[in-house]
Ligand binder design. Structure first.
Ligand code: AMP
Ligand code: MG
Length: 372
């Protein structure tokens, strides 16, 4: 092992150590590591490292940023965490008073005015539904719910296999085509710029679990940049955006974890100004009669996807990586890889398992060049 690789592995270890660190109470923030030593950095670099993490939107968000001005970086990170809190109040379907929960209650009754930012995230979701041929679909809510994947208020999943009849009865509610967004103007109500949302099927509801964290990571990186940070990596439960680079390096190094072993990394690769997201069957699941049922649903069947262990997508921003990692997970190794190769500036790794438990790793051409 070269010295360079040793150093990179140490950085990786730090990232994983942060991800695995003790639970933080919701909304509570934890300083994970004191600042580094400015004297160890060459002049001109943004020398000190700042790491902070908070449990928010049901997951751990970790921010690693470099800078010379303690106050400025600290202030920037605080603003970033406040932003995620704001977004949780917009997009959560756990909070009954969030804008999304209100829409989920009211949009079945008729066209309902909706916060423009939530409309934006929903419109982006519809775009990824089109790109993935319906594999990514935020109307999976009723199916995610009936399998028990939302979990109890503590986040524990006590899932069960739903009755066939109940499942079939929900399938017509699951289609992104059931979401109708219109300009309020077009209804003759005035209010230029305001849009309404309407669900055509009475059982349709939206779950932004497959795209919301990616969107939040993009907003957080915007805030950090606006506050003068030139080098940072945000990791929100496997949704990453990294910009700039650590001192004396040209890129950040991130790892793809072994889906069968959380302590093992199967590959490391370089990123700069890119979003990376991993969807894994190990994230939320339950086991029934020895069989594992995982949280990513095939909208066509209403059943958890089988055979795919993880999908890692790299794209120009975190929202794209997030939506596509979920969508490609549903498409599987063949169609998934075809889609990745068709899209500009998108690379991916699909790890799957056949019936004889043979592991297959499908990697897009462009990704191979980035391996460290
Ligand atoms: P991710 O970890 O980004 O792949 O998101 C997975 C989450 O997205 C699940 O826990 C569900 O809340 C939701 N989800 C499940 N299946 C789909 C799907 N086919 N399209 C969009 N979201 C989904
Ligand atoms: Mg996703």
């Amino acid at each position: 092992m070269t010295f360079k690789r040793l150093i990179f592995n140490f950085i990786l270890f730090c990232l994983f150590a942060i991800a695995l660190c003790g639970r933080v109470a919701p909304g509570e923030e934890q300083v994970l590591k004191p600042s580094g030593d400015r004297r160890s950095s060459p002049p001109g670099s943004n020398g000190k490292v700042f790491k902070r993490a908070a449990f928010t939107m049901g997951s751990l968000m970790e921010i690693t940023a470099y800078g010379d001005d303690d106050k400025r970086v600290d202030n920037a990170i605080s603003k970033a965490f406040s932003e995620v809190k704001r977004l949780d109040n917009l997009m959560s379907n756990y909070k009954q008073d969030s804008e999304l929960s209100r829409i989920n209650r009211e949009a079945v009754k008729g066209p309902t005015s909706c916060d423009p930012e939530l409309i934006y995230v929903i419109e982006q979701s519809l775009l990824y539904s089109q790109i993935t041929g319906g594999a990514f679909d935020i109307t999976v809510y009723p199916i995610v719910n009936i399998w028990g994947f939302f979990g109890n208020p503590n986040g524990d999943i006590i899932g069960d296999i739903p009755a066939e009849k109940g499942l079939k009865g929900l399938l017509s509610a699951v289609s992104y085509k059931n979401i109708i967004i219109e300009d309020k103007d077009s209804n003759g109500h005035g209010n230029r710029g305001i849009k309404t949302i309407f669900f055509k099927n009475p059982l349709t509801q939206i779950d932004l679990g497959g795209i919301g964290k990616g969107y939040a990571v993009d907003r957080v990186s915007d805030i950090l940049k606006k506050e003068g940070i030139s080098s940072a990596l945000i990791n929100f439960a496997g949704n990453i955006y990294a910009f700039g680079s650590p001192p004396r390096r040209d890129e950040w190094i991130v790892g793809v974890r072994d889906p069968k072993d959380s302590q093992n990394v199967i590959a490391t690769f370089k990123i700069k100004d890119k979003g990376v997201a991993t969807s894994g069957n190990y994230e939320r699941f339950f086991v029934k009669d020895g069989k594992q049922y995982s949280h990513i649903i095939d909208p066509r069947t209403g059943r958890p996807v089988e055979g795919v262990l993880s999908v890692t997508i790299m794209a120009d921003n975190a929202i794209t990586a997030d939506a596509l990692s979920t969508g490609v997970f549903v498409l599987g190794p063949d169609d998934g890889l075809k889609l990745i190769e068709r899209l500009d500036n998108v690379e991916g790794i699909i790890i799957s398992e056949d019936k004889d438990s043979h592991i297959m790793i499908n990697t897009s051409e462009g990704f191979k060049e980035l391996f460290d």
